[in-house]
Ligand binder design. Structure first.
Ligand SMILES: [Ca+2]
Ligand SMILES: [Ca+2]
Ligand SMILES: [Ca+2]
Ligand SMILES: [Ca+2]
Length: 557
């Protein structure tokens, strides 16, 4: 019987493999240019059912047409090699169906601590690893529903490494003659370079990678083709960007000369900020600490330029009024010479530092907001705080050099803070254990648990990493039932001001107060075991027993 059953499986198996081989041949023709990057090409990892003999294993491998790469030295598995163009997932599925294997699967690539885009010029973009971009990208690459408005000389709209990310935009500068139109093209070139830094199409096997792999660009042309611009056009461009739903605005321009008309720009930027738009502005290329407008205005994140050794670029404006620095000493980006041209900038102009911060802001905005319409000053403040608080300190700006990795990690680390009162507890709260669970909305097993301790003021703080979204929280302290906090939004800067009254008596932590808890109190009677000392007076006695009896039968949330 066993033999017959084996043959039956085998017949099905052989047939399936023939189909598999045909599929592999087709794959060879269709996908020569690109191997699947998620698993080792053509490799399948298997574990046989324990009853399969060594002779059967060798025979099966031969029939399947696989080469043995190796047999596990410490664990029972075999790694098989098929054609690198074969569909490993499909083959694995067929092997599983054959009934001979406990496990058959592709040899999956393990997620590395960084993500490297395939853009050919990426190896010539050292500024990206300098700000921790590959590690940040391993966690988060942005969201195409979020918008960076680039107020500049326009952008080369047909650029092959830009066009897929460009929204229509508008031309307030008006070409050569000042007549506005709906085509924010860029004969001058400055805007094309700025745009590529923040938002060139990334991981498209072409050109450069951008700081933000995802997110849309709104080109807002506020200069004429000659590269000169007028303040009135900037005003309209700012208003337009806000109206078009931008989440971040990049201002890689300005003037060292104050004029009262700049106050209009300041007011427009304050209005943008109040509407929830993060405003990023180049600090100027003056190599001094003098004001530069509009970056000087507090509403702007003023950006200095650094070299890749952390020093200030020779020309960058600096000083305590400048908020952060970003690389501009070695930057590769899109240029306007053709629809597929690129260039390198090594002079450290702050124009090309600002879009690093703009892209960072767009990526972070998507992490702190409930989608693109959730645009508010509170969100913008969270984004700005993330950028500034995670910067690596340097002497020449207020906060330091931006760190994309640290800012993304911080945005994904959501604190939960609160205060508890344990009914009838008279001891010190300091050091008493507290546990917080994240549960799916409406109930279900916890998806994550964090442990912390209370301080003498009965407060606690724990945090959860990479668990953004809506959850029910459940909190308990040592010896108490869980108290549920429904519908908490887990996002930076966190859930605060929880104020919870907790019911003691659940000694064994199963969220119900019953016989088992009573027995534990009795068992520890006279001892000083803190986990059983429900009222915190240092001893397990009548008082603790009474607490259990008083709450007997209660079930936590
Ligand atoms: Ca135009
Ligand atoms: Ca690219
Ligand atoms: Ca219990
Ligand atoms: Ca006690």
């Amino acid at each position: 019987m066993g033999y017959n059953r084996g043959m039956k499986y085998f017949a099905g198996f052989a047939l399936a493999l023939l189909v598999g081989q045909v599929g592999a041949q087709q794959g060879l023709r269709l996908s020569l240019e690109k191997l699947n990057e998620d698993y080792a090409p053509g490799q399948v990892i298997v574990r046989f059912r324990s009853e399969v003999s060594p002779e059967q294993r060798a025979w099966l491998r031969r029939v399947a047409g696989a080469q043995l790469v190796r047999r596990g030295e410490y664990f029972d598995y075999e790694l098989w090699q098929f054609s690198p163009y074969a569909n490993a997932l499909q083959i694995a599925a067929q092997l599983r169906q054959s009934g001979w294997f406990e496990v058959a699967d592709a040899n999956w690539r393990i997620e590395l601590a960084n993500w490297t885009p395939n853009d050919p010029l990426y190896p010539q973009q050292p500024a990206l690893p300098y700000i921790g971009a590959p590690q940040a990208w391993a966690l988060w690459r942005g969201d195409d529903r979020f918008i960076m408005a680039i107020l500049d000389t326009g952008a080369r709209l047909d650029h092959l490494d830009l066009q897929d990310r460009l929204l229509p935009g508008y031309d307030f500068g008006g070409d050569a003659d000042g007549n506005r139109d709906a085509v924010p093209d860029d004969p001058f070139g400055h805007g094309t370079f700025v745009t590529g830094i923040a938002g060139a199409v990334t991981n498209n096997s072409r050109g450069v990678a951008a700081v933000a792999p995802h997110g849309k660009i709104l080109p807002v042309k506020v200069f004429r083709d000659s590269g000169s611009g007028y303040l009135g056009d900037m005003l309209d461009g700012i208003g337009y960007a806000v109206a078009q739903g931008a989440h971040v605005m990049n201002l890689s321009f300005g003037s060292r000369y104050y004029a009262p008309a700049w106050d209009l720009v300041r007011d427009a930027l304050n209005a943008a900020w109040n509407a929830g738009v993060v405003v990023v502005a180049a600090a100027g290329n003056e190599n001094n600490t003098n004001p530069f407008y509009p970056a000087w205005y507090p509403v702007c994140i003023a950006v200095a330029a650094c070299n890749l050794d952390g020093t200030k670029s020779a020309q960058s404006t600096f000083g305590s009024w400048v908020d952060v620095a970003a690389p501009s000493g070695d930057v590769y980006s899109t240029t306007n010479a053709s629809n597929n041209s690129y260039g390198r900038h090594t002079q450290g102009a702050t124009s090309y530092a600002a879009p690093f911060v703009t892209a960072q802001a767009a990526m972070l905005y998507a992490l702190v907001a409930d989608g693109p319409t959730d645009r508010s000053r509170a969100r913008a403040e969270a984004v700005r705080e993330l950028i500034e608080s995670t910067a690596t300190p340097v002497s020449y700006v207020a906060h330091g050099i931006i760190n994309l990795r640290a800012s993304v990690e911080k945005a994904l680390t959501v604190p939960v803070r609160g205060q508890v009162l344990i009914v009838g507890y008279a001891g010190s709260y300091n050091g008493r254990a507290v546990e917080v669970q994240l549960r799916p909305l409406g109930g279900g097993s916890p998806v994550a648990t964090a442990n912390g301790t209370l301080d003498a003021n009965r407060t606690f703080q724990v945090s959860f990493f990479n668990r953004l979204g809506y959850f029910d929280l459940a909190v308990r302290a040592q010896g108490t039932l869980y108290k549920r906090v429904p519908n908490a939004r887990m996002r930076y800067p966190g859930v605060s001001n929880l104020n919870l009254v907790l019911i003691p008596g659940d000694v064994n932590g199963d969220n119900v107060i019953n016989d088992a808890d009573l027995l534990l109190v009795l068992f520890n009677f006279g001892a000083s075991n803190a986990s059983v000392d429900l009222n915190g007076d240092g001893v397990v006695n009548d008082a603790d027993l009474l607490m259990v009896l008083f709450n007997f039968g209660l079930v936590g949330e």
